[in-house]
Design a protein around this ligand. Structure first.
Ligand code: C2E
Ligand code: CA
Ligand code: CA
Ligand code: CA
Length: 272
């Protein structure tokens, strides 16, 4: 048993070395990849209670010659920890603003949602960059929503609040992403001024599976309504989930049931 334990320990540390090697390769590849146009944006529709498309969320995709396709679920946290997230965020914002013209040309009234990392909020110069890009690409702030994604605990609500206030003063709206999971907790609601609460897929997945989770989801929607917030549910895959969310008063739905994230050309074709 002793030998077995040691063997496992050896394997474990080799795994750890492999993992940190990959993380380092990913972190080191980000800068060149941004310049080499290896990143693209996919767009996933959001629909209202009548299943009408009211907007799209931009989701970043990365394909590298050596590393292959890398999921944002893997590289975004690495970018955050290695201080490279804001470079990605800037690229995403500029690309989405460029893309937005062809989207708004087909449907003028919809919104585009962009993900902001909580780390981005620590960088006040990003506000000026957003403002400058908005002027440069002639994007109406009312048509831009920022979804704030937390992968770490927010220790400075004040700084984050100032950032968010500036963005809202410009006319953009703010959604709190992944609500109810990980670090996105009730304390955010009391300390940050937002427009929309986004219910995480984890809750949507449990609808109809667990009665307690279904009740928690319904309660989140109720609470959001009391706070005068819009509620968006993500990761909706079935008609049953969709029905229960609508019956509970959810305003906006998003998920494979309504549409996958897809390249710009495809969503433009479908929108026409
Ligand atoms: P998120 O913001 O919570 O986005 C939802 C994720 O769920 C996306 O994964 C989306 O493709 C996926 N999804 C949507 N509907 C369904 C569904 O019905 N079923 C299933 N199984 N999945 C669904 P994706 O694109 O891999 O992104 C993962 C996470 O990476 C995002 O989670 C977000 O936190 C982050 N991310 C993606 N793009 C960006 C970005 O441009 N900037 C930042 N900071 N983070 C990003
Ligand atoms: Ca999001
Ligand atoms: Ca997230
Ligand atoms: Ca999520």
């Amino acid at each position: 048993a002793k030998a077995d334990g040691r063997h496992r320990f050896t394997l474990f540390s080799q795994d750890m070395i492999e993992i940190s090697r990959r993380r380092l390769r990913i972190a080191n590849a980000i800068n060149n990849s941004l310049n080499a146009n290896e990143f693209t944006l996919f767009y996933q529709p959001k629909v209202d209670v009548h299943q009408k498309i009211i907007g799209y969320e931009a989701l970043v995709r990365w394909s590298n010659d050596e590393l292959g396709h890398i999921s944002p679920a893997e590289f975004i946290p690495i970018a955050e920890q290695s201080g490279k997230i804001t470079q990605i965020t800037e690229w995403v914002i500029e690309q989405a603003f460029k893309d937005s013209h062809s989207i708004f040309a087909v449907r003028n009234s919809i919104t585009i949602a962009l993900n902001l990392s909580i780390h981005d909020l620590k960088n006040p110069s990003l506000i000026n960059i957003i403002y400058r890009l908005m002027l440069q690409y002639k994007v109406k702030p009312q048509q831009i929503e920022f979804e704030i994604t937390e992968s770490a605990y927010l220790d400075n609500f004040e700084g984050a609040n100032l950032f968010i206030e500036e963005i809202r003063n410009m006319g953009c709206s703010i959604a709190l992403d992944d609500f109810g999971t990980g670090y996105s907790s009730l304390s955010y609601l009391t300390q940050i001024k937002i427009d929309t609460l986004k219910i995480d897929k984890q809750f949507v997945d449990q609808i109809g599976v667990s009665q307690r989770s279904t009740l928690v989801t319904k309660t989140i929607i109720e609470m959001a309504k009391h706070l005068d917030l819009q509620v968006c549910a993500e990761g909706v895959e079935t008609i049953e989930q969709s029905q229960l969310l609508l019956d509970s008063g959810c305003h906006i739905l998003q998920g494979y049931y309504f549409g996958m994230p897809e390249p710009l050309e495809i969503i433009l074709k479908k929108l026409q």
